[in-house]
Design a protein around this ligand. Structure first.
Ligand code: MSP
Length: 515
């Protein structure tokens, strides 16, 4: 039986069209999921949409629609984007799904049975944009574009004073257990910068958390309404976080606990403070790790409707190609840090790595095999000499570096190692000049082509999580059988005598559009 691996993205608010930040999170999570599948794990990959709460309710009203009709329409571009980007999830969960509603109510009952819920009155600040409560000390005074004074959350979103009857969760009682969790399991929050931030937030003391709302009704009703008054709906983050349990198959679901929650840095607090406390309260196991990735910036600037720099990821994928976009996002941005994108950067990066790097390597060797050997894979002859030994040594070291980086979720480092493999293979090819050997020593030429093809095969196998479509075409051209494409087939060389199809360029060079 292969080992299970359960991975999730955050679920997006469908109150607008998906943006590059959503595409980034979907792609990076999909890359990890694909890597784990190729590495022999039994992967469960969950993504979806977060559809309740005041923010969606207000957006629906502004659009003159009922919330459910509104989200039914708004969720479609999210699904379409996943489809276009090759996001290979196992379930697309919507928090309006029936099984999810039932699960959240059961989770609530378990937390209440543990004595952690009490009725009170919330008086304090709330940001609808973040769907978050903030303490006074966390806010800053600023002025809006019209010059009026406003108070802003740490995410620079406006807050409003809110007073209403509410259920509270005894979060304050979990401070010590949370600190013990962080100290005993430092990998729980990654990367380490987010760990430090969250640890000091919790060490500073926790207030109890308001977990229901009474001023609107677009949410999952708090159970046992007869006792509590029927009008409470659950705080949207309690509802949303529980999606990971629903997607695991329920409160006692076979996939729980999650191995990795991939989320953006702005929502790390919810995932590493509230979420483990809710789970402890309900007596459930905790996820193994939360990775907080950075924010994507458009030419170094925050994407915002006001700045008019919100780019449609679907349009980008159509223009540059899905695999180029996926490659760029994982290669250019250190996973965990903020990063910037622009058309020029995408073109430059993918021309260098894909057209000149991997594509060139594959083309040069495959076209020589086609021309000089009738497209028939030559036999691997002998051990080779120093040049083969050097190639072998750098492949061993860099392949190890690739796996170590992937298993530490350092996607950018894995691709750095992969590009190291590409230059080692390109260097080997240039040094041995098989085009010259074609005239002088065809047996040695065949040996060099064979070694280059095998190096290319390994590179393309490792590139699969990042570029599923183009690597599949390259593996076809290299004669790699469909059942020899996961990492267990890494050392399975293509049989001598295999007839290859005519080679065809997979990564044509892009030319920048004139400004
Ligand atoms: N609905 C909540 C998450 C609930 S998870 C139980 C939410 N939704 S969101 O649509 O605002 O964001 C979805 C994900 O995209 C979050 O992980 C968020 O951090 C991420 N990003 C939003 N903007 C981003 C960028 N500009 N760059 C990278 N990721 C960003 O938060």
């Amino acid at each position: 039986m292969s080992k299970p691996f359960y991975i999730t993205t955050a679920i997006a608010y469908p109150n607008g069209r998906p943006h590059m930040g959503h595409a980034y999170e979907a792609v990076t999570t999909d890359v990890i999921a694909r890597f784990k599948r190729l590495d022999g794990f039994d992967v469960r990959f969950l993504t979806g949409t977060d559809e309740h709460g005041l923010k969606i309710d207000q957006a629906a009203r502004a659009a003159g629609q009922e919330p459910k009709a509104y989200v039914d329409a708004m969720v479609e571009p999210f699904r379409a984007l996943d489809d276009q980007l090759g996001i290979n999830f196992d379930r697309f969960i919507r928090t309006t799904d029936t099984d999810h509603k039932a699960l959240v109510q059961e989770l609530w009952r378990r937390m209440a049975a543990n004595g952690d819920m009490y009725l009170g009155r919330y008086e304090g600040w709330y940001s609808v944009r973040d769907e978050a409560y903030y303490d006074d000390a966390e806010l800053v005074d600023a002025v809006d574009s019209a010059g009026n004074p406003v108070r802003l959350s740490p995410q620079a979103t406006p807050v409003e004073w809110t007073v209403e009857e509410s259920w509270f969760f005894r979060l304050s009682a979990y401070q010590d257990r949370l600190l013990a969790l962080y100290d005993g399991q430092p990998d729980f929050i990654q990367p380490v910068s987010r760990f430090n931030e969250m640890r000091s937030f919790v060490a500073g003391g926790l207030s109890d958390l308001s977990v229901s709302r009474t001023s609107f009704s677009w949410g999952i009703p708090v159970p046992d309404g007869a006792e509590t008054g029927p009008s409470h709906v659950m705080y949207v983050w309690l509802d949303a976080l529980a999606n990971y349990l629903t997607g695991a198959g329920g409160l006692d679901g076979q996939w729980w606990p999650a191995d990795l929650h991939v989320v953006g840095k702005d929502v790390v607090r919810f995932h590493t403070v509230y979420w483990p406390a809710f789970l402890m309260s309900a007596g459930l196991p905790l996820p193994r790790a939360v990775f907080g990735h950075g924010f994507l910036l458009n030419r170094g600037e925050k994407m915002s409707k006001t700045l008019g720099n919100v780019v449609d990821p679907s349009e980008m994928a159509t223009r540059f190609g899905v695999d180029r976009l996926r490659w760029f996002l994982c290669r250019e941005i250190a996973f965990g840090d903020d990063g910037s994108y622009s058309d020029e950067a995408i073109i430059e990066r993918t021309n260098a790595d894909l057209a000149n790097g991997i594509g060139n390597l594959a083309q040069r060797s495959l076209s020589m095999v086609a021309k000089n050997l009738g497209g028939i894979v030559p036999a691997a002859q002998g051990e080779g000499g120093d040049s083969e030994a050097a190639l072998h040594a750098s492949f061993t070291a860099l392949t190890q570096a690739y796996f170590a980086a992937m298993n530490a979720w350092a996607l950018h480092k894995a691709l750095e190692a992969l590009m190291g493999l590409v230059s080692a293979a390109n260097g080997y090819f240039a040094e041995n000049a098989p085009w010259a050997l074609a005239k002088t020593d065809t047996a040695r030429m065949a040996q060099v082509l064979r070694a280059t093809m095998d190096a290319t095969r390994r590179i393309v196998l490792l590139a699969q999580p990042f570029m599923p479509e183009s690597t599949s075409r390259l593996l076809d051209q290299l004669g790699v059988a469909p059942d020899a494409r996961d990492f267990s087939g890494f050392n399975t060389i293509v049989a001598a005598g295999t007839q290859l199809p005519a080679p065809e360029g997979v990564f044509p060079r892009l030319t920048p559009e004139p400004a």
